[in-house]
Design a protein around this ligand. Structure first.
Ligand code: GLY
Ligand code: MN
Ligand code: MN
Length: 495
């Protein structure tokens, strides 16, 4: 080859090599950016920027206006003793405080708060004080907590309809004492019912908080899928999850439930001290609470080793089907329990096919597996305040009674969708204790004998899939949908 051509080939080849190296370097840098980080640094994908302010005076002013419009109140008094309701009405985040609202008064909205004194701050941390109550929290006048009792007779003077909160004993006692001492004729009415009804339908600000909380909770679940392995303790998984919460400026909204293996069947397991074993399922029921106080409540159940066993998969797919079908009924136009009854029907049908419910007309045979209903409101509390249109305290009454459908589902409600099945170790042996009052010894023994060979295959498997659902005009939005929830999604995320 002539020298010139040789040189040209050399130049072209070296240019191509340089280009390949540059492309490779860019590729390596790009992938490194996504997968590695400095010690103490968290990959960007686990960080969520809040979309809403921690407090908005306009939102709370509107809220107080709306509540007053549904009361015939001459005065409303509520203290931080009624924790979440006080927070809902005022946004004031301190442990102590009293709100007084006097409609039509020159100063309608008063806050009594802890004054900002140097020793208080030194021992208990920063407080907003009287100044903060006015400037940040919108009070038209603020006073020290200690001034309340002295000012109360003047505040109550001439007021006929006095709204107080049933959980607020100190305030109720103080008001009653004034009425007795002065002989003033007045009626004390309950604020909680009206306030709770307002809390059922979330405003846009609350929805933004719940979305942020769900988003951070989803990220925690995603993080665990990448980090979980046999040999870790449940509390280490808890620490990983709560690390993601804290890293995003949030805190757990309730005690994290981290149940591995047989603990996955314990509904409110919170000791979280078992070591995860190869072959276990791991049930994680957790929720981050936003700085505004709104909590998510999201459960995922995953195989510790990254692969569902055939038995685990069978139960998981059944619960998932119940969840998917129930979601279709979480829409305006349906009643609160329609989704629960549909989910229950699907679960019981699946259990019947597996030979676990020999007689589907037997209440107790179904109740043996169906432990809880699938929906509750979320908000400032994980089981948020508000009426459901049925007696929530008597589970035995509504849980298997399709005729009890509850109130209508409305746009702006935010609720969970959380079907679950739990094959607790030893539960079959407890059947006489559970249903001895409903069935004869022979009936119970016959059930145990028929069911045991199948039940034993699933013993120790507990599955709950819990999502947070915002009801919209068109239907609903699953706020936790990006936490992997199908078998394929979970196994792929763990590979
Ligand atoms: N985390 C409690 C519940 O799911 O209701
Ligand atoms: Mn829940
Ligand atoms: Mn939960």
């Amino acid at each position: 080859m002539p020298k010139v051509n040789k040189l040209k080939t050399y130049v072209v080849v070296s240019r191509i090599l340089v280009m390949i190296m540059v492309i490779a370097a860019i590729f390596i840098l790009f992938t490194m950016r996504k997968t590695t980080c400095e010690p103490g640094e968290l990959p960007e994908k686990y960080i969520h920027e809040p979309t809403v302010t921690r407090f908005d005076p306009g939102v709370f002013e509107q809220r107080r206006k709306d509540i007053l419009a549904s009361l015939d109140a001459d005065i409303v008094i509520l203290s931080a003793g009624a924790r979440h309701d006080f927070r809902y009405l005022t946004g004031f985040p301190e442990r102590r405080g009293i709100a007084v609202i006097i409609p039509g008064h020159e100063k309608e909205y008063l806050l009594f708060v802890t004054p900002r004194e140097i020793y208080t701050v030194m021992w208990t941390g920063e407080v907003y004080g009287l100044e903060g109550a006015v400037e940040k929290y919108g009070a038209e006048a603020a006073h020290g907590m200690d001034d309340f009792n002295e000012m109360l007779p003047g505040l109550l003077k001439g007021k006929k309809n006095i709204y107080l909160h049933g959980d607020d004993n100190r305030i109720t006692d103080a008001v009653e004492n004034v009425l007795i001492e002065t002989g003033q004729q007045a009626e004390i009415r309950e604020l909680a019912t009206v306030l709770h009804e307002h809390r059922v339908i979330k405003d846009d600000w609350e929805i933004a908080h719940l979305k942020d909380a769900a988003e951070v909770t989803v990220k925690a679940h995603q993080y665990v899928l990448q980090t979980v392995q046999p040999g870790l303790a449940e509390y280490e998984v808890q620490a990983s999850i709560e690390y993601i919460f804290r890293r995003n400026g949030m805190a757990p909204g309730f005690s994290s439930i981290i149940g591995s293996g047989p603990n996955s069947c314990l509904l409110h397991h919170t000791s979280n001290d078992r070591i995860l074993e190869d072959g276990d399922l791991l049930l994680m029921d957790v929720g981050a609470a936003s700085r505004g106080g709104y909590t998510a409540d999201v459960t995922r159940t995953i195989p510790v080793n990254g692969r569902f066993s055939p038995e685990q998969r069978k139960i998981y797919e059944l619960v998932l089907k119940a969840s998917d079908e129930a979601l279709k009924k979480m829409k305006p136009g349906h009643q609160m329990l329609d989704c629960h009854h549909l989910a229950t029907e699907i679960l019981v049908e699946g259990l019947y096919d597996m030979g676990l419910v020999p007689d589907t007309s037997s209440w107790w045979q179904k109740r043996f597996y169906i432990q809880h209903r699938i929906n509750h409101y979320i908000g400032l509390q994980v089981h948020d305040a508000g009426d459901y249109g049925f007696d929530t305290d008597n589970r035995n009454e509504h849980i298997l009674t399709p005729a009890i459908r509850g109130r209508e589902i409305k746009t702006g409600m935010v609720m969970t969708n959380e079907p679950g099945l739990y094959f607790m170790v030893g539960l079959l042996d407890g059947i006489h204790e559970m249903f001895g009052h409903l069935a004869t010894e022979e009936e119970l023994n016959a059930f145990v004998e028929t069911v045991r060979p199948v039940y034993e295959k699933y013993e120790g498997i507990g599955v709950r899939i819990e999502d947070n659902i915002l009801i919209t005009e068109e239907g609903n939005m699953n706020l936790s949908r990006y936490a992997p929830r199908t078998v394929e999604e979970i196994e792929a995320a763990m590979r």
